[in-house]
Every structure is written in C-alpha cells, then in structure tokens.
Design a protein around this ligand. Structure first.
Ligand code: EPU
Length: 429
C-alpha cells in the first residue's frame, strides 16, 4: 500500500490546476444510462472512484471510451469520456461493486426509468455514518415504482413506466435529489421536488440532462420541476470544477502561508467556505484565471462554523477546516450537522499535536503554537486530506498510511503540492 511522506514547514507558492468535480462526474456518468445515444463528458478527473464507476457501468454492458491527451493539453487536462449505453445487458448492480462506492447505488434511478426494473445492492455502512437510502426509495415509490428489499438487494419495478409525482424530501439529500431527477426525467408527466439539494453538482447534472433533451427547471433552488420526456438523446457536457478540491488547497495555503493561484477554480461555487477562510486570515481574490489565495505574515484567526447543505459550509471541507484551526491563535468551534460520525480525523490530528475536544456533534479546537510530524492513518477521503494539511505545517516528517482513500478524490495531489514547494512524495508499496 502506498504511503505519502511529508516534511512540513514550507510555504506554498505557485499555481495549482483544479480538476473536474468528482461529485459531478460520478452522477453525470450514471446519467449516461438514461439514453441509447452517446453522452460525451469533458473534463472528467482521473480518480480511482471514476475508474471504479467505469467498471460498474461496464458490468451493465455500457461501453465507455476515454480519450487520451490531445496536442497542447497541459499535464492535468481532464479526460474526455464517451458513454454509450445503447445496450443495457444487465440491470443488476452487485454487492461487491456497490459496497466499494456508495454513489454507484444511484444507477437505480436511470435503470428503473429506462428499463422498467433494477436490482441494486444496498450500499451498507460507511466510515462517516449510517447513510441510509430511504429517501431514494421513497422518491421512486412516489413515482410509481414497486420496491422490495430482499437478501440485501433493492428490487425496483415499474413495468408500465414511472409517473410524475410530488416528492417532498424530509431532509436535503444530494444523492436522493439525483435519483429523483434522473427517474422523473423519463417519467410520464410532471414531477415537483420540494426541499431538493441545491448543490452545484445537482445543477450540473440537471443541465446535462437538459442538453440531452430533458425538461428540468429550478435546479439550484429548493423546488425543482421536471416534465418527463419519452426519450433522451446524446449530448456533450463539460464537468464543472471541483469546489471541494478548490477549498482544500485554499485551506492548505491558509495553513502554510504563501501565495497560490487555483487555476480554473470558480469562486461562486464556494462562497461560504471562502468567507470562512477570510475570517481565518487568508486573502482570497478572484481573477479570470481562477482564485488566488495568500496568507503572509498574519497568523490564523479562530472561527466558528457549522456544516450545512449548499450554500452553507460543506461537510466535505469540515476536516480540512479543522486541520487549519489547529494552529489558530485561539479557540475554534466546528459543528458537523450532515453526518453523525464524520470526526475520524480528530484522533489522527491529535497525533500531530492538535488539541481537539469532541462533544456530540461539536468539536472545540484550541489552537497550538506548533504541530509535530508523526505517522498517521487515512480513514476516509476528506479526513485523509486534512492530515496532509496538518502535516504540511508540522515540524519534521509525517508519514500518511492508506493513501488509497486520497486517490479516490484527489488527482495527483502530491504532484500538485510539490510543484508549489511542498516537501511531499509518494512511497510505493
Ligand atoms: N440520508 C438519509 N436517507 C437517504 C439519503 C441520505 O437519511 O436516503 C441522510 C444521510 O445519512 C446524511 C444526509 O441525509 O445524513 C445527507 O446525505 P446526502 O444524501 O446528501 O449524501 P450523499 O448524496 O450520499 C453526497 C456526496 C458526499 C457529501 C454529501 C453531502 C457524492 C458522490 N457524495 O453524498 O461526498 O458529503 O453529498 O454533501 O456526491 C465525499 O465526496 O467525500 C463525500 C462523502
């Protein structure tokens, strides 16, 4: 298993290119199941999760081709992916694949809508909380599907097709909003989704489905209206930039000090996180090329933040912010409201010398003068990268184990950081 070795203390200076968003690319690939024509996605990031979803879609009989680099592309140019779901040979998504990546459960919406049936394994537990799928199933039931759970599988059937309906989610869910939008796009009649997720990735997927001939309105607001169409066609769509990767590197610069251009980043996708960074003492400026983050001289100020659905502070940046506040001049408070168990990084940050107290869903972080390098263990994607941020500012050497978690969501992180002056390297095996 690969490890990452970091010797902390260097400021970050230079340019970091921001890749396409993982959490948009995955549902966009799944949306390819909605049509028998080709869906071409540009700017798809090179990530382990994307490769795994390629395998999962391949299992349904979908042909996926990925184009290599073109002349003039830079080292981090995204991939162009052609998804051809002309023939779906199998409507079953088996346990051994779905259990490796929760988002693959989302194939249930398009498979059911297009094929009238789907058998998808329940995704099971996960390191950041229980993460049930009841909202997905309730939405599909509202659209007229018969749902049965048998031997760990969800069996969904709609032999006569789905019918537009009113869906009112009890709580905001990104995934259940994707499921409802995809299924309703091929249903008969009008669907209204209330309390829909407003995340930019939901908007990206809805825009792509509209380019395929879908009729979705209101994406980005809490009420989405969909008029179902009998069939969708092929389209070409470019994946939006990754706001979580952007926020992560912005926090890294705020932590180490320095001056970095996050090339291709879009500030409008992460206003709330940028406000928090400014409160913490970073300077963030927006330019045509992306976002520039600097912190010179001044120390890190403490902050109080609660995670919330978009446009609030994202849960996917909670661990990274916590790493930053470990070195603030004062006490910070971070409350996690989305997932009940997303604090595995606390114990590992403590190994670097952080002082963090947990009380239910709130962490109180007392800033320390310095962190010290140590061996630490990655536990999930965002927790692992918070350890990278901690290690970049720690005195001496840190070794991060189980970095496959990082590879799920960060494209060539060690290369992007070392190009900006960080002492970071991957050790194979
Ligand atoms: N929930 C239910 N029932 C459901 C669905 C969700 O109770 O049927 C609960 C969840 O347990 C959670 C809350 O609703 O407490 C919100 O979960 P949501 O459904 O929004 O999460 P998700 O769609 O499974 C996506 C991202 C996550 C991100 C969350 C929240 C992808 C592939 N995943 O997950 O990203 O944290 O939204 O913004 O888009 C990551 O990238 O590291 C990651 C975990």
């Amino acid at each position: 298993m690969d490890r990452i070795r970091i010797v902390g203390g260097n400021p970050l200076n230079g340019t970091i290119p921001i890749s396409g968003a993982k959490n948009a690319a995955l549902p966009l690939m799944i949306a390819g199941l909605l049509t028998d024509e080709k869906l071409v996605l540009e700017n798809v990031p090179r990530l382990a999760d994307v490769a795994l979803l390629q395998r999962i879609l391949g299992n349904h009989g979908i042909d996926i081709t990925v184009n290599g680099k073109r002349r003039g592309d830079d080292a981090y140019a995204g991939q162009t992916m052609e998804i051809d779901a002309r023939v779906i040979v199998d409507t079953t998504a088996p346990y051994d694949l779905v259990s490796k990546m929760r988002a693959s459960f989302w194939v249930i919406g398009p498979l059911l809508a297009r094929m009238g049936q789907a058998k998808v394994s329940l995704p099971g537990g996960c390191a950041i909380g229980t993460r049930p799928v009841d909202f997905h199933l309730d939405a599909l039931r509202a659209l007229g599907a018969e749902i049965e759970i048998d031997a760990g599988y969800v069996l969904a059937r709609a032999p006569k097709g789905l019918k537009g309906a009113r869906i009112d989610f009890p709580k905001v869910s990104v995934g259940a909003t994707h499921t409802a939008i995809m299924a309703a796009s091929l249903a008969d009649g009008e669907t209204i989704i209330e309390n829909a997720a407003r995340e930019p990735e939901v908007v990206d997927v809805a825009d792509c489905i509209n380019a395929m001939g879908g009729r979705i309105e209101g994406q980005g607001s809490s009420t989405i209206r969909i008029i179902g169409v009998p069939r969708l066609r092929g389209a070409r769509h470019c994946v939006l930039p990754d706001r979580i990767e952007t926020g992560t590197y912005a926090m890294a610069v705020a932590m180490t000090g320095g001056d970095v251009l996050l090339a291709g980043a879009r500030a409008d996708l992460l206003e709330s996180a940028l406000d928090t960074l400014r409160q913490a003492g970073a300077e963030v400026t927006v330019s045509n090329e992306g976002l520039r983050v600097t912190r010179n001289g001044a120390g890190i100020s403490p902050v109080e933040v609660s995670t919330a659905p978009y446009p609030g502070f994202p849960t996917d940046l909670q661990a990274q912010l916590m790493a930053l506040t470990t070195r603030a001049r004062g006490t910070s408070k971070i409350t996690e409201t989305i997932f009940e168990n997303r604090f595995m990084h606390v114990q590992e940050l403590a190994r670097l010398g952080a002082r963090i107290q947990l009380d239910g869903e709130t962490a109180t972080i007392e800033g320390v003068e310095k962190l010290t390098g140590a061996p630490v263990m990655a536990t999930d994607l965002r927790a692992s990268v918070s350890l990278v941020i901690g290690a970049l500012a720690a005195e001496g050497e840190s070794m991060i184990h189980r970095v496959y978690h990082l590879d799920r969501g960060f494209e060539r992180l060690e290369e992007k950081l070392s190009a900006c002056g960080a002492q970071i390297e991957r050790l194979a095996g």
